[in-house]
Ligand binder design. Structure first.
Ligand SMILES: Nc1nc2c(c(=O)[nH]1)N[C@H]1C(S)=C(S)[C@@H](COP(=O)(O)O)O[C@H]1N2
Ligand SMILES: [Mo]
Length: 215
């Protein structure tokens, strides 16, 4: 893997509009580093399920087996990945199931304002419903036409193109609909509750009143 190099690129906002330049403080990294906390989970197809629970419109829960989930309509989104540790990986084509498909299949109750995205080993990240509902937010099974590798989140990871990459759990297992905000794994450990790289919202001490629950 080469040294990080600086170069001009084009970012995109939540609705996909071009934004000039990299987010502030980011460097383009050649290759694709692996960053996460803890071990890489082993995929057990017979035990895997994707669950939606919490404040659903009808009060019920919904779950999909791996075969059922991967049979949902497949779309692609081209998006960059910005790690808070300052590397960016540009122009990946993510393939999978848009978060909006999940919202359509399991509508949230009207009072839902946030979601918690849950992954293996209890890893989690919270998102505003509006960030989750972006038409570019995608549960990815593929990158550039190939299945994700285990260390990059196989069988499923979330990509939220307009937020820092920790907002996209690898090894995702479900979504909880919430009627109030709650911090996820990194958000409890010093990362910003919202995490917009264009505003350089890296750390929780930068939060303005109203941007996150009390720490
Ligand atoms: N389950 C899980 N997902 C995670 C993380 C983690 O620690 N656990 N780290 C996040 C962070 S900080 C980043 S930058 C990206 C890195 O994705 P990559 O390893 O595919 O580059 O994964 C995110 N998803
Ligand atoms: Mo990161």
């Amino acid at each position: 893997m080469g040294q990080p190099v600086e170069r001009e690129s084009e970012g995109r906002d939540a609705e996909g509009a071009a934004r000039p330049g990299l987010p502030p403080g980011q460097r383009v990294q050649r290759g694709w580093p692996v960053t996460h906390y803890g071990p890489v989970p082993r995929f057990r197809p017979e035990r895997w399920e994707f669950r939606v629970f919490g404040a659903t419109a009808d009060g019920g829960k919904r779950s999909w087996t791996h075969a059922e989930f991967t049979a949902l309509p497949y779309t692609t989104v081209v998006a960059d990945l910005h790690c808070v540790t300052k590397f960016s990986m540009l122009g990946a084509e993510w393939g999978g199931v848009p978060a909006r498909t999940i919202l359509e299949l399991v509508p949230p109750a009207p009072a839902v304002t946030h979601v918690m995205v849950w992954a293996e080993y209890g890893f989690s990240s919270n998102l505003r419903l509006s960030d989750f509902a972006s038409e570019r937010t995608i549960f990815a099974t593929h990158k550039d036409g190939e299945l994700l590798t285990a260390e990059h989140g196989f069988p499923l990871r979330l990509i939220v193109p307009h937020l820092y990459a920790w907002k996209g759990p690898k090894w995702v297992r479900g979504v909880e609909y919430m009627t109030a905000d709650r911090r996820g794994f990194w958000e409890e450990r010093g990362y910003h509750n919202i995490g917009d790289p264009w505003k350089e919202q890296r750390y929780s001490y930068q939060e303005e009143p109203g941007e996150g629950p009390e720490l």
